[in-house]
Design a protein around this ligand. Structure first.
Ligand SMILES: Cc1cc2nc3c(=O)[nH]c(=O)nc-3n(C[C@H](O)[C@H](O)[C@H](O)COP(=O)(O)OP(=O)(O)OC[C@H]3O[C@@H](n4cnc5c(N)ncnc54)[C@H](O)[C@@H]3O)c2cc1C
Length: 376
């Protein structure tokens, strides 16, 4: 599936700019870890943490990836024979050639699935899932909770396991009659899942942030008991790096379900520092009643010491406020942040990813700052 290019120029014709620019910008900014995964899986090359990898070109039959050394100073400190090449190229071939019927997105997801399987990692799954609404209520003033009956193979302990729900899905409508461009979809995380002791049925919570008249919030509030919900994709969040080291978690209303689940299942003996951003102080109660894992329950005053709230208002610069909050948490301690997981808006994630990576000298694997929503 791959071939090392070694500075050879191919005679391939790149895809037209209109088709690929948005894709390249998005993947190069937010999914470098996946590109490194492709290089490892298909070119048997594990890129060192000092290497950044980007899509340099997109062809109808594959991606040209370019890995380069980010920290040149560090490179110069290495013995000559220990230095990786400054720039290496890898051609990663798609399973199918892109044409009118095969999309770039489908081929990228396919690469992700094959690479993850090869390396024994969990990946996106393109599959239909059906949930039945049992109940709905507010878990906090702006967080609407759906209690659902879930498929039997639903993961019970994977914090951040999300589903891509179709807002206008009517399960009685066949695939052929629903045009892909008409589909309105939103990811929502399985906040918690369990097996009901009486019925043996798998049940779960899906918590949706309600902020005005928006498709996600309207979909959740309209789902009465008995409503069938359809998801078309499973997305397991990347959390494996949080198993050890001093972790920092950053969430807003859209990612607080993942953080709540992480804290319920936390096994890492070092307690994380948690930054929680909400637009309404009243939503702080969301984390009030959660039952911390045994590991965290043993730590004195974990909630008071380690969970820090930020009120998001139009008057603040959120990335700056998050950075200064972290600085004051660490002030007068010798704590060093080893790992980060966060999920916020695209604009803020872009700024924080750069700043925090540099501030704590974090590798690609240890710094996960996801985009959960975009300003429209
Ligand atoms: C993997 C993944 C898991 C997710 N899990 C959840 C989840 O469990 N619960 C959940 O509620 N969302 C979750 N999201 C986000 C969700 O998919 C939606 O993008 C989000 O809820 C906004 O959708 P909407 O239809 O309500 O608003 P949109 O119509 O998409 O947005 C309307 C406006 O609201 C603003 N907006 C949206 N979110 C916020 C915010 N947090 N703070 C301030 N302004 C905002 C935007 O600027 C936009 O202008 C997840 C996203 C991903 C990628």
């Amino acid at each position: 599936m791959s071939q090392v290019v070694d500075n050879l120029y191919t005679d391939k014709v790149p895809l037209p700019v209109a088709t690929k620019t948005k894709f390249m910008n998005h993947v190069n900014e937010e999914h470098q870890d996946e590109l490194a995964l492709f290089v490892e899986a298909f070119a048997d090359t594990k890129l060192s943490n000092e290497m950044a990898v980007v899509v340099a070109e997109v062809y109808s039959d594959g991606l040209l990836l370019e890995a380069s050394v980010q920290n040149v100073g560090l490179l110069l400190n290495l013995e000559a024979d220990a230095r990786p090449d400054a720039v290496s190229q890898f051609f990663i071939e798609f399973e199918n050639v892109i044409d009118e019927t095969i999309t770039l997105k489908s081929q990228y997801i396919n690469l992700l699935q094959v690479a993850s399987k090869k390396l024994g990692k969990q990946a996106i799954k393109q599959q239909e899932r059906h949930f039945t609404v049992i109940d709905g209520y507010y878990a906090s003033p702006n967080m609407f909770r759906l209690v659902v009956a879930a498929p039997a193979d639903t993961p019970l302990n994977h914090a951040g396991y999300a589903y891509l729900f179709e807002m206008n899905a009517d399960v009685s409508i066949s695939h052929e009659s629903t045009n892909a461009s008409e589909k309105l979809q939103r990811y929502y995380t399985l906040r918690k899942a369990w097996q009901d002791a009486e019925t043996q049925q798998i049940q779960g919570w899906v918590d949706t942030y309600i902020h005005g008249d928006t498709p996600g919030g309207n979909w959740a509030r309209a789902a009465l008991a008995g409503t069938q919900l359809k998801s078309v994709r499973d997305y397991p969040e990347k959390i494996a790096h949080l198993n050890d080291g001093q972790c920092l978690l950053i969430c807003d209303e859209t990612s607080i379900p993942t953080v709540a689940n992480l804290l319920e299942n936390w096994q890492n003996p070092i307690a994380p520092i948690v930054i929680v951003v909400t637009c309404d102080v009243a939503d702080r109660v969301y984390l009030q009643d959660i039952e911390f894992s045994q590991t965290l329950a043993q730590i004195d005053n974990f909630k008071q010491h380690n969970i820090v709230h930020i009120l998001n208002t139009p008057a603040i610069n959120l990335p700056d406020t998050i950075i200064s909050t972290i600085d004051s948490c660490l002030e007068a301690t010798s704590i060093h942040i080893d790992k980060i997981w966060g999920a916020i808006s695209a604009a803020d994630a872009k700024v924080l990813r750069r700043q925090l990576k540099a501030q704590f000298d974090l590798s690609r694997q240890d710094m996960v700052m996801k985009v959960y929503w975009r300003a429209s």
